[in-house]
Design a protein around this ligand. Structure first.
Ligand SMILES: *Cc1c(COP(=O)(O)O)cnc(C)c1O
Length: 416
């Protein structure tokens, strides 16, 4: 954990709601309402035209969701945080805010499956194109940038390849070419790593994962660090003038005053309440999960029956030095993969697990195992799966709160 982040949990715990609860409730209640009532027509006009911070309708803002957003915004020192009802809603809202027909996004094909499909198929149909580049190679990213590039989008640690992006190098390339850098940071939570310190302008997170605290529901976040000057962007430069905001505030203005209202995927108050509780224990849970993952990865490297282990926190990973430099002393995430001799061996292994659950999802309190080739990517054509560097012999493990010894014992017995 870097020094900048010490105090993360205290800031999360101590950020007050915008208004004191009339009953003095110590946690922000679930405001489970769609609409809000006004004393006068004047007050109503002021709220609807954004001249007061009164709530008007829960698709746009809600007190429970707002408090959740503000706790994160304050803990990170970001310009804005927007909570959506899934990680994919966060990613699609971000891309719809920045993208336009005729523009391109630079990304690696090593993407979360739905993000890949969103870019290639869903948004491709609206004229936004993708230029593939190896985001582990800043020179390749620079070569792919052209006058129509509206964004470089990457995952800080790709899933399930576990490739680590060198954010300082990539953000230098983006800065020099006046292109914003967006990162999906789901694999390493912001309690341990503040992406804005490494030049990330826009961050997206699936809060379904670590933040929900036990996989209680779906959620997503868009964090705008307010570090990118949008005045050269044809779309957001115009938005800055239209909304009368500074060029560094154009993204949030466009997102909050237009895109997220029109797409209608705001987080629900019930989920915001549950994820607020998850946020309070995030730092503690993550530190334990990441430490267990490193211990387990080390032990699996010498476990008979396992062909290879991939975890960027291991000295055997080509990303080890970068991880130490970038992520500091906390091991890089609670996900690892290992290869067995064959696809059949993977299925037999999964079928014999007793403690570890056979399920998708990541960073639940329970450890989860899956065979990505046949499930998450099971409907992708084989050549696309090969291009994504997936293998039919890989098991992905998401490490929960059990001890390393218990997990290792289950893995050893399941290897047969
Ligand atoms: C899970 C995940 C998503 C999508 O999030 P949902 O909450 O399931 O919509 C996006 N990116 C990464 C890296 C993920 O792990």
């Amino acid at each position: 954990m870097s020094d900048d982040l010490s105090g993360f949990t205290a800031r999360i715990l101590q950020t007050p709601a915008a208004r004191r609860d009339p009953h003095g409730a110590l946690s922000t209640p679930v405001y489970q309402n769609a609409a809000y009532e006004f004393a006068t027509a004047d007050a109503m006009e002021l709220a609807f035209t954004g001249r007061t911070s009164d709530h008007a309708y829960s698709r746009i803002t809600n007190p429970t969701v707002e408090h959740f957003e503000q706790r994160i915004r304050r803990a990170l020192g970001a310009h804005s945080v927007t909570a959506l009802n899934s990680g994919m809603a966060a990613i699609s809202n971000l891309l719809m805010t920045v993208g336009r027909a005729g523009a391109n996004v630079i990304a690696s094909p090593h993407l979360f499956g739905n993000t890949y499909s969103l870019l290639v198929s869903t948004l491709g149909d609206f004229g936004l194109s993708v230029r593939w580049a190896d985001t582990a190679d800043p020179a390749a990213v620079e070569a792919a940038i052209d006058a129509d590039t509206c964004l470089v989008f990457l995952e800080i640690v790709t899933n399930p390849q576990l490739e680590v992006a060198d954010l300082s190098a990539l953000s230098a390339v983006c800065r020099a070419n006046h292109v914003p850098l967006a990162a999906d940071t789901t694999v390493i939570p912001f309690s341990a790593f503040r992406a804005g310190d490494f030049g990330v302008d826009l961050e997206v997170v699936s809060s379904t994962k670590y933040i929900s605290g036990g996989a209680t529901g779906l959620g997503g976040l868009i964090i705008d660090y307010g570090t990118f000057d949008w005045s050269r962007s044809p779309k957001l430069g115009r938005a800055a003038s239209a909304y009368g905001v500074a060029p560094t505030e154009a993204f949030t203005a466009k997102l909050r005053r237009e895109i997220h209202r029109n797409l209608g995927a705001y987080m629900t108050p019930q989920v915001a309440y549950q994820q607020s509780l998850g946020l309070e224990t995030l730092e503690v849970r993550y530190a334990r999960m990441a430490q267990t993952t490193l211990e387990l990865a080390r032990a699996l490297e010498t476990t008979p029956g396992i062909e290879s282990v991939n975890y960027p926190g291991l000295p055997s990973s080509r990303f080890h030095a970068l991880c130490c430099r970038q992520f500091g002393p906390t091991p890089p995430g609670a996900m690892l993969t290992f290869d067995l001799a064959s696809r059949r061996a993977c299925y037999a292994f999964l079928d014999r697990l007793k403690l570890i659950r056979r399920a998708t999802n990541l960073f639940d309190n329970k450890s989860l195992a899956i065979h990505p080739w046949s499930t998450i990517f099971g409907t992708f054509p084989e050549e696309v799966r090969r291009r994504m560097d997936l293998s039919p012999c890989t098991i992905r493990l998401s490490v929960g709160l059990e001890s390393a010894a218990e997990l290792l014992a289950d893995i050893r017995q399941a290897l047969g």
